[in-house]
Design a protein around this ligand. Structure first.
Ligand SMILES: [Zn+2]
Length: 140
């Protein structure tokens, strides 16, 4: 008899712009808002540009390339679904666009993570076909 694994939690949002971010990820393309006036990229999704206050923006695809800005190795699963993954790397990645994103670093030994390490975007299916943007060490 197969043991049923608990499902990963999916993002639950009531904010329309945040919901749009997650919906756009389901195409397998990571997109961030870019200000239509001053071209500043932003993340988390927001209604106004923090630099020039313009409410106008476009969703633009990210290069998917970035570097490790910070990380921690999580050994304690705070949700039953993550028990199969510990220890895992929770990271903050700084993307080429300049935005920083809290994410998971996959396919990497926790002992091998380094500050400023190049990483590349990968989408992880966390159940029911939901695509979660994660990262892995960039190929050299
Ligand atoms: Zn702006």
């Amino acid at each position: 008899m197969e043991i049923q694994q608990p499902k990963y939690p999916q993002p639950a949002t009531v904010d329309p712009i945040d919901a749009e971010f997650w919906k756009l990820c389901q195409d397998g393309v990571l997109r961030f808002q870019q200000c239509s006036y001053c071209e500043t990229w932003r993340f988390l999704p927001r209604y106004m540009c923090a630099k020039c206050s313009s409410p106008n923006y476009e969703w633009k695809p990210s290069s998917g390339r970035g570097r490790i800005f910070s990380w921690t190795v999580t050994c304690q699963p705070f949700h039953p679904a993550f028990a199969r993954d510990v220890p895992y790397i929770a990271a903050v990645v700084e993307l080429e666009e300049g935005v920083r994103m809290a994410t998971r670093l996959l396919d990497c030994d926790p002992e091998a993570v380094k500050l400023d390490m190049p990483v590349a975007l990968v989408f992880k299916d966390i159940g029911d076909g939901f695509k979660l943007p994660c990262f892995k060490p960039a190929a050299k």
